[in-house]
Design a protein around this ligand. Structure first.
Ligand SMILES: *Cc1c(COP(=O)(O)O)cnc(C)c1O
Length: 417
């Protein structure tokens, strides 16, 4: 009987039959009993050393690159260290051999915000912050809620009215203090935060305003570099405030400065067409970005900021200096990209699938060449925006009665017989 590593054979626990592991059986072919895989214990003993060491891979692997935080102040739930998945279908279809997805849907609260909040809440504990506040389109609120509740840190989450009910509910699930925030535009929110910080003594955890959260976003560069063993040529980010894309760029610049690499990827910032102020500023050669469009007209909730923070100068610099792109995508393009990602095994929320939609646009426009390596950051899970998934794809189209005839017909129809 052929051995299969340490696994030896199936044992039937009813009749005691020993059956080859490569037999395509589920129940015992002799008596119909349940089968169990039997191992060579001497072989397993040789692998016992595996239990002696486990390396938790998280952003804290890179703590030398962060502001110092003592061990006892670190709040970590295993954020970071996510897989870089090579595209199997879309890349070849586009003629791009090396298209990758950095799959941050696997984060503790389902979005890349956990990178920033693990570090920022830890740092707030380190420096003795008494009162924290954040504004969120949903994901940041869920993340702040999880990390601050876990740390016992007093924080208020203001979640925007547009956020999906699931995101709002998650904030409650983690047990944070929270409120639904109504506003006309981003600038109004910025003013409110200024007041909270200036007059009420709050510490702001808001992306792009809080300087600590960017530092954790550098881990995109560190992780992707170590996964590819080189920097990619292109890095696509769904961009709301720009903290993600700016932080990643800073990480790559650091890698160049310390001599790890001599190349920095072109950074591509992706926005919904309805609020694409970055593209407007880049296209017009403006030094500063300006209010553009209205929020609430896209399914890409996490990236629908319609006005720049502090003129958006950092972001414009990131795109111009890296030789990158500012891109605008439509909801239809995003929905198509969600399906592309689904076929790759990744359930992405619209704001994350936007990177793939933009990458497709850029390839079609001849901006990306076949030999270039492209990474799309997949920042958040589709599971937090279930209504979009349900709208995009209904339940399986085929139905069948539990009859032999129906099943045979269906398999034939599906080309499986
Ligand atoms: C917050 C968020 C973004 C945008 O990140 P910024 O750093 O604000 O640009 C993109 N995708 C998802 C899923 C997000 O939650």
């Amino acid at each position: 009987m052929e051995s299969n590593g340490n696994a030896q054979y199936f044992l039937c626990d009813r009749c005691g039959a020993e059956i080859d592991l490569r037999e395509q059986v589920t129940l015992c072919p002799k008596c119909g009993g349940l089968l169990e895989v039997v191992y060579d214990m001497r072989g397993l003993r040789r692998s016992a050393h595996l239990f002696r060491e486990f390396r938790q891979d998280s952003i804290w692997r890179w703590r030398d690159f962060f502001p110092a935080v003592k061990d006892e102040h670190i709040v970590s739930l295993g954020e970071g260290g996510t897989p870089l998945i090579k595209s199997k279908y879309l890349g070849p279809a586009l003629g791009i051999e090396n298209l990758y997805f950095k799959n941050d849907t696997l984060m503790p609260t389902g979005s890349f915000k956990d990178r920033g909040y693990s570090l920022a809440v830890s740092y707030a504990m380190e420096i003795g912050v008494k009162r924290g506040i954040t504004y969120s389109s949903g994901n940041a609120g869920a993340s702040f809620a999880a990390y601050s509740a876990r740390a016992g840190f007093p924080g208020l989450v203001m979640v925007e009215y547009l956020a999906s009910p699931t995101k709002k509910a998650m904030i409650m699930l983690y047990g944070a203090k929270s409120a639904v925030l109504h506003f006309k535009d981003f600038a109004q929110v910025a003013k409110l935060l200024e007041y909270a910080v200036g007059e009420l003594g709050c510490y702001a955890f808001v992306n792009f305003i809080n300087p600590i959260r960017h530092e954790a976003m550098k881990t995109y560069a560190y992780e992707i570099y170590s996964q590819l063993r080189r920097p990619p040529d292109w890095s696509f980010h769904g961009t709301g405030t720009g903290g993600g894309v700016y932080g990643a760029w800073k990480g790559y610049r650091e890698l160049a400065e310390i001599g790890v690499t001599d190349r920095i990827p072109r950074m591509a910032a992706v926005q919904p067409e309805s609020v694409a102020w970055i593209k407007a500023a880049i296209d017009s050669g403006a030094e500063e970005g300006a209010l553009f469009g209205e929020v609430g007209h896209t399914i890409a909730q996490s990236i629908c900021g319609n006005s720049p923070l502090q003129g958006g100068k950092r972001l414009l610099r990131c795109i111009r200096e890296s030789g990158g792109l500012a891109m605008a995508v439509t909801d239809d393009e995003i929905l198509e990209a969600m399906q592309d990602l689904g076929h790759e095994g990744i359930a992405a929320e619209p704001s994350s699938a936007a990177t793939v939609a933009a990458c497709k646009q850029a390839v079609k426009a001849g901006r990306i060449h076949a030999h270039e390596t492209v990474v799309c950051t997949i920042t958040g899970t589709a599971f937090k925006q279930p209504s979009v998934v349900e709208r995009l794809v209904s339940a399986p189209q085929h139905t069948l009665e539990a009859t032999n005839e129906d099943l045979r017909k269906l398999l034939a129809e599906l080309d499986m017989l």
